[in-house]
Design a binder for this molecule. Sequence first.
Ligand SMILES: [Zn+2]
Length: 307
Amino acid sequence: MTQNPSPNLHPHTYAGSTHDRAAHLRTNPAWLEHALQTSTTRFLPLWQDQHLLTPTEATLLPRTSLPADPATLPHIFLGLRNDTPLFAVDLSSCPESTLPGPFTPIRPVAATLPAPDAALIAQARTLLAWQNANRFCGRCGAPMQPDEGGNRLRCTAHETHVLFPQISPVVIMLVTDGPRLLLARGTRFAQDRRIFSALAGFVEAGESAEEAVAREIREEVGIEIEHIQYHSSQPWPYPANLMLAFTAQARTTTLTLDPTEIAEAHWFTKSEIQSKTQNNFEIPGPAAIAHDMIQNWLDTPLHSAKS
Ligand SMILES: [Zn+2]
């Protein structure tokens, strides 16, 4: 992928990984087995969808601080950080009283963690959720077994039944009509707060990302768009989405809402968004790619001419 199109954009939350995924080590079972028992190896613990965090970082534990032998728990080889092997380990089966500290949800703090830590957590969450959801082979029903450090699953009955991590692409798009930006409040958003965001939706089978952008906009707000351009992307580990952000220009502006999906949608000027508090609405929090996209639009001078 080429450089981020906007120099104003910091990497999105969950996207700033710095560790070496060391894929070549995944296929070395002897090395993995040894690394699991080595005192310098570090473990990123998860427990029932929660995490062990300090205010400034994700806590990485040595083997001796875990409540059980990591080889007996679901685990994933995440890679190397400064040559230190890193594993995610799922402590969900351990009683709360045995845990090495209080576990908390990631969402409220993700944007304030160091980017490499949030990225490590995203990788761990997505892979452990995928392992948990695929305990049996979808083709023959036999139990699945983690392989390659938990980065793929192999059927215990048939060697050719192999499953790789599955990620669902979601398109999210900022549509402008020149001076104004289209934002919507989804029916599934919190009802006690007026949060306006960019429209988004899953890419369907047999559809390009650009086609999904145009279809979602047509379905949800009934307008036609043009000049669909890729913007940036973000892993979204709830549990396994890849957000693909696009920008587009409106060809028509009269909004016709799909009431099952969209509670409200409006065209906003920059000043209306900048004075959102007075206007009694919010935009998504800083962990969301929509936040970065909206902020980026606010920070970019408007071109007087439509291309
Ligand atoms: Zn099978």
